[in-house]
Design a protein around this ligand. Sequence first.
Ligand SMILES: [Zn+2]
Ligand SMILES: [Zn+2]
Length: 257
Amino acid sequence: MFLSLVSGSSGNCSLISDGKTTLLVDCGLSAKKLEEALLKAKVNPCDISAMLITHEHSDHIKGAGIVSRKYNLPVFATLKTHEYMDLGKIDNRNIKYITPDIDFEIGTIGVRPFSIPHDAADPVGYNFFMGEKKLSLATDIGNMTDDLMDSLKGSLAVLLESNHDVDMLKNGRYPAVLKRRILSDIGHLSNIDAAKTVLELVKSGTKHIMLGHLSNENNTPTAAYTTTKQYLEENGVILDKDATLSVAARFEVSCFR
Ligand SMILES: [Zn+2]
Ligand SMILES: [Zn+2]
């Protein structure tokens, strides 16, 4: 099971489970909203083994401290991310350090964090290994690098950022400094850059793509979906035969198609 519980600049939280081990990636929502989302996903919060954090921005950690305390959950993050995020007081035993490119296991799921280019202390995306299957999550990506592409290749399913439509952002009402930050190499991935990434992933064998972390101001689910769909089709990919494509909803549980 690979689900997006909430996704977007307002909050991010995903869930990965192989039926034995269940992990949360990020917790950018309140404990109450998390519990509502888990109920919809038919997951018992007490079955969650751990929380993995990508980086310290509030849309990824808003509820992490409270949820860790309430369910006694370990919080895995890089040393710098732990230093920069404020989770309030959590049990020392629940502070777990990870290092990019160093694999570890939580229960029955293999995990490999990998570095991503984003304006945070030491941000990561994640690969998950369940038997033969590799699943990946990569959002908050300023630009696609070769290393990042290598980390994602070979994944059966990828949750990938498709943050903004470049024209909507450039013509929108954000202040210039914020526009520059988002467009920079350590900001967020545009719809067209997501589309190019998805094409490469599908060519390398990825079967399921979910676009996520959409900007509320500078994107729409239709714009994100259509940009990638058209780009794939222009390049000979037949959707639903070669690969499935979906968009993670902002406040709804979203499954891969
Ligand atoms: Zn961020
Ligand atoms: Zn974010």
